[in-house]
Design a binder for this molecule. Structure first.
Ligand SMILES: Cc1cc2nc3c(=O)[nH]c(=O)nc-3n(C[C@H](O)[C@H](O)[C@H](O)COP(=O)(O)OP(=O)(O)OC[C@H]3O[C@@H](n4cnc5c(N)ncnc54)[C@H](O)[C@@H]3O)c2cc1C
Length: 382
């Protein structure tokens, strides 16, 4: 039996990505970063030089200015070749795009442009020990003192807790309902960072960042006081649909390896693939991935056309993570004992993708977002 693999999403940058992946040894680095967790600064810089950071960012700001469906296809290819690491790094400028959209020219110059070049790592700190899925409970205090804010509070679960050069920190000025965002250099007095051991995506060195009377100039504020959540909401919607492409790209790598293995591996006198208990789940995974990818693309097209697609983006992320995790689980299963070992990449991919149903909105909360669209309950704060 010889497997005929369906084509990857067509994307003009696909060959360029394959070349970059080979030159930077992205597949090997992906495995190494699991064993020796560190922020891959050299690769981050190299991706910036290859103009693979900020694919959606306008060319005037150093990005490629690609339309969102092409960004999704490019992320898919990056994830297929280098796991979640390099695809998520590619999205890092989009995660910080409120600086470009609402920040001062000075903030754009000092932080956003260097981020797109891979020179400065800007993290996002929203979650707190008592405010995760419910971002409305964020309590970090920003006390105004002359031309400075004084920060008191703790951010938790934050990616790049150890390595970020700066972070977009969300907090509250006074008792008002809205959140305010500041760009906070992470080497200021009063900042303490602690890393937690993670199940996957260890290169992110997630952790807790506490602010004890940390003084930040008012000029570091992004936009107006109390408006930060309005700024970040559309960004979250876009990212959820783009993340779907990343999870599906990672799963595709495991799926292909399993389809090939099912050809090569002989059990009970014939190829593994001859058993329908193996081939049927694999074709279901193929269908699920195609459908989920097309749904994410459609959602991104509609987002770009100016439609409200919070519900669809929420469902795209939920669906893609379910399908990706199931696909990778099948890869582990059908590779038998080797599948369960760390000699193959499936375990690492599963651990990495397992963050998907939690980060950027837990799946249960994404269901709430979608259900509210149907039953037209008043908008709340998810
Ligand atoms: C790999 C990774 C990277 C992350 N990076 C960042 C980052 O860079 N910056 C940042 O700010 N945060 C980051 N996070 C944090 C992430 O956004 C939060 O973990 C997430 O929002 C959930 O918040 P929580 O952990 O406080 O869980 P909680 O809010 O305590 O929720 C716990 C669980 O309860 C369930 N749940 C919650 N609300 C509801 C509900 N209304 N109905 C039903 N079930 C519900 C869900 O299963 C949820 O997972 C990251 C997380 C991970 C795993």
């Amino acid at each position: 039996m010889t497997a005929r693999l369906p084509a990857l999403p067509s994307e003009p940058l696909a060959d360029e990505i394959a070349e970059v992946a080979q030159r930077l040894r992205l597949a090997e680095r992906y495995r190494e970063l699991d064993r020796v967790p560190e922020f891959p600064r050299a690769e981050f810089r190299a991706l910036g030089e290859a103009r693979l950071l900020g694919l959606h960012v306008a060319p005037a700001l150093g990005g490629r200015g690609l339309l969102l469906p092409r960004v999704a296809a490019t992320l898919f290819h990056l994830a297929y070749r280098g796991g979640t690491v390099f695809a998520k790094l590619s999205l890092q400028p989009e995660f910080s795009s409120i600086i470009a959209e609402h920040g001062s020219p000075e903030l754009v110059h000092r932080y956003f442009r260097p981020l797109v070049r891979g020179e400065v790592l800007v993290a996002n700190q929203l979650t707190e020990p008592d405010a995760g899925a419910d971002a409305g409970a964020i309590a970090l205090r920003l006390e105004r003192s002359g031309e400075e804010y004084v920060l008191h509070g703790t951010k938790s679960e934050a990616a790049f807790a150890q390595d970020a050069d700066a972070a977009i920190v969300y907090g509250r000025v006074g008792d008002g309902p809205g959140l305010t965002a500041l760009v906070v250099p992470q080497d200021l007095p009063g900042i303490r960072r602690t890393v937690i051991p993670d199940l996957g995506e260890r290169w992110m060195r997630r952790g807790t960042v506490s602010y004890e009377a940390t003084r930040v100039p008012v000029s570091m504020r992004i936009g107006e006081e109390g408006r930060a959540f309005d700024y970040v909401r559309p960004e979250l919607t876009r990212e959820r649909a783009l993340l779907a492409a990343i999870y599906l790209g990672v799963a595709r790598a495991s799926w292909e390896e399993t389809v090939r293995y099912a050809d090569e591996r002989s059990v009970f006198g014939g190829p593994l693939a001859r058993n329908e208990a193996v081939s049927f789940p694999l074709v279901e995974d193929w269908a699920g991935a195609e459908a989920s990818y097309l749904y994410a693309l459609r959602t991104l097209e509609r987002f770009e056309a100016g439609e409200r697609v919070e519900a669809e983006a929420a469902l795209a992320k939920w669906m893609s993570t379910e399908i990706a995790l199931r696909t990778i689980d099948h890869a582990i299963q059908f590779h038998g004992g080797r599948g369960y070992s760390e000699t193959l990449a499936h375990g690492q991919r599963w651990r990495d993708v397992r963050s998907g149903p939690i980060a950027h909105g837990p799946s249960e909360v994404l269901h709430l977002v979608a259900a509210r669209r149907i039953w037209k309950a008043p908008r709340e704060r998810v």
